[in-house]
Design a binder for this molecule. Structure first.
Ligand code: GAR
Length: 217
């Protein structure tokens, strides 16, 4: 078997960073073929920054509020991220719309996790929207990022049930549990060079995935 080089992963966050911590721990435990080279936040008060440092990972804050426009911010962010020479850029609760400047630079090596069964509920407040719609199931999607907001091809989804008296926080907790399972799995595939974005979709082990990614029912 040919040896696959260890990958450099950079994680972007905006908040508490629990997915980021989970990914760093998987990398440090050796079950993802990668090193997390930096964690970058667009908010200086993101709780995840301290958690990254505690794990020995370089944590950088680049506050968007210091920039006059979205484009100006994304140019700076692109430059900062490129400086770490990442093989993969992982959005983990990064709550900003990215412009084509950034997305195109990292096309094919940019992943996001979104708390809905895409293409349902792009954007924000996904748990409340699922509740308001009376959905019986909800879920989470990992996808490649393209210029279309939450519109890139899905790699893997996980479903959770919605119970009668659920509030958004219940769904959030149930979704988080699934996120901690599926995001490391997808990052592991990518870092083992098993996953690729092509013009016509996502391939895992050279097999094209369906609209809902791997393991769709
Ligand atoms: C996660 O649930 C993730 O799916 C969501 O933010 C949360 C971050 O939690 N992302 C989005 O809504 C992106 N549109 P964490 O900071 O504890 O990892």
């Amino acid at each position: 078997m040919t040896q696959v080089s260890k990958k450099r992963v950079l994680i972007l966050i905006s908040g508490s960073g629990t997915n980021m911590v989970n990914l760093v721990e998987h990398c440090q435990a050796g079950d993802i073929n990668a090193e997390v080279v930096a964690v970058v936040s667009n908010r200086s008060d993101a709780g995840g920054l301290g958690k990254a440092e505690a794990l020995g990972v370089e944590a950088v804050s680049l506050p968007h509020k210091d920039f006059a426009s979205r484009e100006a911010y994304d140019e700076k962010l692109t430059e900062l991220v490129k400086g770490y020479e990442p093989d993969l850029v992982v959005l983990a609760g990064f709550m900003r719309i990215l412009t084509p400047v950034f997305v195109n630079e990292f096309a094919g090596r940019l992943l996001n996790i979104h708390p809905s069964l895409l293409p349902k509920y792009r954007g924000i407040n996904t748990h409340q929207r699922a509740l308001d719609a009376g959905d019986k199931e909800h879920g989470v999607s990992v996808h490649f990022v393209t210029e279309e907001l939450d519109g890139g091809p899905v790699i893997l989804q996980a479903k959770v049930p919605v119970f009668k008296d659920d509030v958004a926080d219940d769904l959030q907790a149930r979704i988080h549990e699934q996120e901690y399972r599926i995001y490391p799995l997808v990052v592991r595939w990518f870092c083992a060079e098993r996953l690729a974005l092509q013009d016509d979709g996502v391939y895992l082990d050279s097999v094209k995935l369906g609209e809902q990614g791997y393991a769709a029912d």
